[in-house]
Design a protein. Structure first.
Length: 358
């Protein structure tokens, strides 16, 4: 079976999910997978060996400034004629199955040709049942039209609907430990501002990751360029994580029991909705700005949390794909949530537990 698997590259979380899927799909020699990435300059993609001879298109992306989504900058950053040309020219004729993790070139090419396209990703969990915050007509329209699919498998931290599966986790086979540093990943913020904010707490060691910094030690803050192996090592051995409200990194933190202080990107519906879900599920501390008091409270209250132990969703999805993706996503989700104990995952505030077997 030949598969075209599109991945949105703007956020590192989509690529992290794709690595987990690539590992599991590679177990089936009868599957021939072509990976297509868009939304990020090819020169800024790193540690891509597991995807083989992958394809790349410019695609569409979102632009931010000082931790806030800017629609005008987004319009300037994208090239609509080039996107339309990529959609029209993408040849789907040799593929038996088309999958999109919120990747628009693949999704729109399939829609244009009347082909089925299966969506696998967090964005497909916003089907009307998951918590939604800061949603207006424009943001909801963009969410619906950015990468349309004919059917989908949503991923979330709780089964807000029957077709939502647990997160795909991309973590190495390592035993997490509680070290002395706090891991910081706020790529949408001004990195100099982040460093100064952290330096106000001189008694704490921070590892600040971003593609826009160099390897330096600035008082109690060590800045690190984005690096897959180094980041996962520091994640495994940190005592806490400070990050934006992207889905994948927080899923990894929950899997390893790392306490989280999270700041949703301002003006971005998905991240605001993730922050709302985390607050409702009591899984993380949420703050709207780089507030020194919030940071101090988080650091004083640091303690290891119970890990959730989500099942190997990537392996289950790879088997599902190998078998033709014909089984209902509801059946798939029900089987996967049976491996998550209620004691490890708080139901949303004011909501009785549902769809999770003890």
């Amino acid at each position: 079976m030949r598969i075209l698997y599109g991945v949105q590259g703007t956020g590192q979380g989509h690529i992290s999910r794709a690595r987990a899927m690539a590992k599991e799909l590679a177990r089936y020699p009868e599957l021939d997978v072509t990976w297509l990435f868009s939304g990020r300059s090819k020169s800024r993609l790193f540690d891509m060996e597991c995807f083989g001879d992958y394809a790349w298109r410019r695609g569409l992306t979102f632009a931010s400034r000082e931790g806030k989504l800017h629609y005008l900058d987004t319009l300037r950053a994208n090239n609509a004629p080039a996107f339309i040309r990529d959609v029209i020219q993408l040849d789907l004729g040799s593929y038996d199955l088309i999958i999109s993790d919120y990747e628009p070139v693949t999704a729109w090419a399939a829609k244009l040709r009347g082909r089925e396209c299966i969506g696998i990703g967090h964005q497909y969990a916003f089907d009307g049942s998951s918590p939604v915050a800061k949603a207006d007509w424009l943001s909801k329209t963009i969410m619906r039209l950015f990468a349309p699919t004919t059917r989908s498998v949503g991923l979330h931290w709780y089964p807000f609907s029957q077709s939502i599966c647990p997160p795909i986790i991309d973590l190495p086979d390592a035993m997490p430990a509680t070290g002395e540093h706090v891991l910081v990943y706020l790529p949408f913020e001004n990195q100099t501002t982040v460093t100064r904010w952290l330096q106000a707490h001189a008694d704490v060691e921070f590892r600040q990751y971003s593609p826009d910094v160099q390897n330096e030690t600035l008082a109690n803050v060590t800045t690190c360029p984005t690096d897959y192996q180094g980041f996962k090592y520091d994640l495994a051995n940190c005592k806490g994580v400070i990050c934006n409200s992207g889905f994948e990194l927080i899923s990894e933190c929950l899997q390893w029991g790392k306490p989280v202080l999270t700041f949703p990107m301002r003006g971005q519906m998905e991240q605001s909705s993730n922050a709302l879900a985390l607050d409702q599920l009591q899984l993380a501390k949420v703050c709207d700005t780089l507030d020194s008091h919030a940071l101090g409270d988080f650091l004083q209250g640091l303690r290891q949390q119970s890990s959730i132990n989500f099942p190997n969703v990537a392996a289950a999805l790879a088997r599902w794909i190998r078998d033709g993706a014909t089984e209902s996503p509801m059946n798939l989700a029900a089987d996967l949530w049976r491996g998550v104990r209620i004691a490890q995952l708080n139901p949303p505030k004011s909501e009785a537990p549902k769809a999770i077997a003890a």
